[in-house]
Ligand binder design. Structure first.
Ligand code: GDP
Ligand code: ZN
Length: 390
């Protein structure tokens, strides 16, 4: 479907704004295929294409500017262009453009603002509807969500084998992954440092029903082939700082694309932050999204929680009362499972803790947010249509 050069993303952001440049006579068949572009998306894109816009995927977004991967309309080769995203939003909300979003890009229409120096800017005219998204509670504004990555097939959760794994944290990441609409996958990293990886793997597997748990070492390469085979077209990598995400990214990408820990920026509060958030093409096809370490992960909705704690949700179906709180009600199947030891108390505590957190976030969240989340993409598409046919 797409050839090898489809993965050579040019880092050059040079862009011709010559609007007289005619589109290529022969459309190149999905050179963005390695980035997840599908016939379905192409279909959806038809009206935008007719309006002279080109599809692109956001590789990085920062204050009204984005790096966008496109297939050059002339050569068909992939390259990265700078674009103005302000037409589709720039405040920190879940409706904001983010890494992984598919956009309709206007290469010909010179934006009012110029880039750094004399760099020409393209303009993001519309966002395509998202298939999935990782959303976290914003650090400052408790009621607003922040989208970290969109259109993800796999959420790869990196957990270091060096040191005791924090099972509560794993559960939280797994719930977040389910919540995003993607398939979670756990990679236990730094296997070369430990001897009891298999025991840990079993422990983690128990707290992550329906999720494959793999043991890998970026250092020795052990387990990487199996991991590659388990990744979807777009994989978002999450995990605690120091879990080995950058090292794993480099190992999977086969290149030094991420800077490992020591050279990271330190923000005002003294925390290490990754300043680049990128869409990294993988040699075998597909892309990896490496987002900054997820701190203060919040959950939206709650379906993710029920999937992450599937065995509890299943038990709850057996409770005598539909609205059983699983605390002191008679005929509670969850309490019964706790009593006979089939459900570990630790697991139940985690569930209740995340549930409380979820409720807290929900109570702090604008009540319209959930429904707007579903509605916003329709508006976006409508907005794009208006843009096309004023
Ligand atoms: P990140 O914060 O999740 O991106 O973690 P890094 O990739 O920066 O890794 C944190 C530390 O763990 C670094 O010192 C890495 O060299 C080390 N590390 C990462 N992967 C491995 C591994 O597979 N084996 C060993 N021994 N060390 C690793
Ligand atoms: Zn119950």
């Amino acid at each position: 479907m797409f050839d090898a050069h489809a993965f050579s993303v040019s880092s050059s952001s040079s862009l011709s704004l010559d609007s007289s440049a005619a589109p290529a006579a022969e459309p190149v068949p999905f050179p963005l295929g390695g980035h997840g572009w599908t016939a379905e998306l192409a279909d959806l894109f038809t009206p935008f294409a007719e309006a002279g816009l080109v599809p692109g995927r956001l590789a990085r977004v920062d204050r009204g500017r984005a790096d966008v991967v496109i297939a050059d309309p002339d050569s068909g080769e992939l390259r990265t262009v700078r674009a103005d995203t302000r037409a589709v939003g720039s405040a920190e909300t879940i409706e904001n453009p983010c890494t992984g979003d598919w956009v309709a890009l206007d290469l010909g229409r010179s934006a009012t603002a110029r880039g750094e120096g004399d760099e020409p800017l393209a303009a993001v005219a519309a966002l395509l509807p998202r298939g999935s998204a990782i959303i976290r509670k914003s650090a400052g504004k408790a009621s607003e969500g922040q989208v970290l990555a969109a259109n993800i097939d796999t959420v790869l959760i990196a957990v270091s084998l060096a040191g005791d794994p924090d099972l509560g944290r794993v559960e939280r990441f797994v719930a977040l992954a389910w919540e995003s609409g993607a398939q979670p996958l756990v990679a236990l990293t730094k296997a070369d440092l430990v001897h009891d990886a298999e025991f840990v793997r079993e422990d983690v597997e128990r707290v992550a029903p329906g999720v494959a748990v793999l043991v890998v070492s970026a250092e020795t390469g052990a387990g990487l082939d199996v991991l590659r085979a388990c990744l979807g077209t777009t994989t978002a990598l999450i995990g605690q700082s120091g879990a080995g995400k950058s090292t794993l990214t480099n190992a999977l990408a086969g290149a030094q694309v991420m800077t490992v820990q020591q050279t990271r920026d330190v923000d005002q509060k003294g925390r290490h932050t990754t300043t680049t958030r990128e869409l990294i093409p993988l040699p075998g096809g597909g892309v990896l999204i490496d987002t900054p370490g997820l701190r203060g992960v919040g959950l939206y909705g709650g379906e993710g929680l029920d999937q992450a704690f599937a065995e509890i949700a299943e038990l709850a179906e057996e409770c005598r009362f539909d609205d059983c709180s699983h605390r002191s009600e008679p005929g509670c199947a969850v309490q019964a499972a706790l009593a006979d030891g089939t459900l570990p108390q630790r697991r139940m505590d985690s569930y209740l803790k995340l549930q409380r957190e979820n409720e807290w976030i929900a109570s702090r969240t604008d009540a319209r947010l959930a429904s707007e989340r579903a509605r916003v993409w329709k508006l976006r598409t409508k907005g794009a249509r208006d843009h096309i046919r004023p």
